[in-house]
Design a protein around this ligand. Sequence first.
Ligand SMILES: *[C@@H]1O[C@H](CO)[C@@H](O)[C@H](O)[C@H]1NC(C)=O
Ligand SMILES: *[C@@H]1O[C@H](CO)[C@@H](O)[C@H](O)[C@H]1NC(C)=O
Length: 492
Amino acid sequence: MVFKGFIILLLSILISIFDSLTQTAQWEFPEDFKFGVATSAYQIEGGWDEDGKTTSVWDRITHQTPAFIADQSSGDVACDSYHQWERDVEMLKELGVQYYRFSLAWTRILSGAYTSTVNQAGVKYYNNLIDKLIENGIEPVVTLYHWDMPQKISTLGGLTNDAWVKFFSHYARTAFELFGDRVKIWITFNEPNIICHYFNSVLGSGQPAYPNGVIEYLCSYNLLKAHAEAYHIYNREFRHKQGGKIGITLNFEWAEPATDKPEDVEAAERRRQFDFGIFANPIINFDYPKVVIDRVAKRSELEDFPESRLQKFTFAEKLNVKGTYDFLGLNHYTTWLVSNGDEASLEQSSFYIDTKVSRVQDDSWNTTGAEDNRVVPWGLRKALNWIKSTYGNPDVLITECGYSDRIGNLDDNQRINFYRDYLNATLQAILEDGVNVKAFMAWSLMDNFEWNQGYLVKFGLYHVDFNDPKRVRTMKDSAKYYQKIIVTRRLD
Ligand SMILES: *[C@@H]1O[C@H](CO)[C@@H](O)[C@H](O)[C@H]1NC(C)=O
Ligand SMILES: *[C@@H]1O[C@H](CO)[C@@H](O)[C@H](O)[C@H]1NC(C)=O
């Protein structure tokens, strides 16, 4: 009996040792998971009028309305990546990333009055960059549209003019032709809801001038049609020979109900559907989410519009948009506590009023350098789970996630904590919840031009000296931390 007891004890010790060994062995990123970093053309390139590049809306805003930018700066030089791109590739190598997400400047590749002429010098810049990345085993992830609309197209009404679909299709086809032999991951748009609903850059202006519940939905409608068209062009003309993938990047701030009252739970879900579902649902499921259709119809009626302000798809258009994705790109920064809002005055119409929610952030959540971007790692896990359950667990690439400050210190422990916790939330979503997350791309490779915050808000893993003509880059501690995670594929 004593002997038998001993054997059982021994066995159970062995089993628990084995358990803990396999568990720690499993608490790491799956083999096919990719790490990367992200940037965008206007935020880093500079060379704003070099070698045949034409004017984008951001060139125009920063030059004509400097007061719109917090420090009155511009992306004229930015990180000077137009000249320092080899240094950028060195940094990517140093980090050990598998993916580099960047965007093409439409105005660098296509010139002429209405962007129908290929600008060889611009093409050469991206060829050099892409070739160098591939030479170093880094896969390019390329965004076609990251907000820098050609100024000329903006004057035609930007995304409110359905001619935009044709301009964008021509640009997308040109990009696939020029770079698709080497670029295998394409993203049509970055953050449509910022383009159409929040930054009000519907016309490409980027200025908060058009909170208008008619043109905001016209923008989403044309944007979705342009996205679908680019997808179909890729599918029909390029996929068989190039074999890549194409998707869209949506940003998603998690909406957590402020209380468990049914109207707040409903409000949080409404907010998710207005923010994310309005783009994801037509692409993945079919048509706009029902709650969006019903709510805009109701509010339009209250405002005495003859019909809903939501621009409806025809049945053929719904079919054409459905299924136009190989993966879903997700940008995620923060979380809100959402409650049911009051019906706003009927004098105004806007997307935001239509959502009929109010939102706050908890004071106990750590702040960051960007207003309203508090640190809430569990929000990412919830967002990923919601995507899984709402859309049938599509492949998700986290195309942006990052921490900003206003100090730019090299010993940036605040950023290390952020990545530790958000990467852990990602890992939990993958390992414990079975969400199909395939990649994480940190925003951003380096400090850069943060839109209307100029250079005041810094997101970089590398510090950039904006006073130095060479824009010297220096590794921050967070870059060293990320480097280590990429090697070990673990967080501890
Ligand atoms: C909040 O900040 C503190 C102090 O810097 C840090 O220890 C903690 O990990 C942070 N929490 C999160 C969730 O980032
Ligand atoms: C990640 O989360 C798990 C589960 O909550 C926790 O046990 C672990 O300590 C976390 N890892 C790090 C590096 O924070």
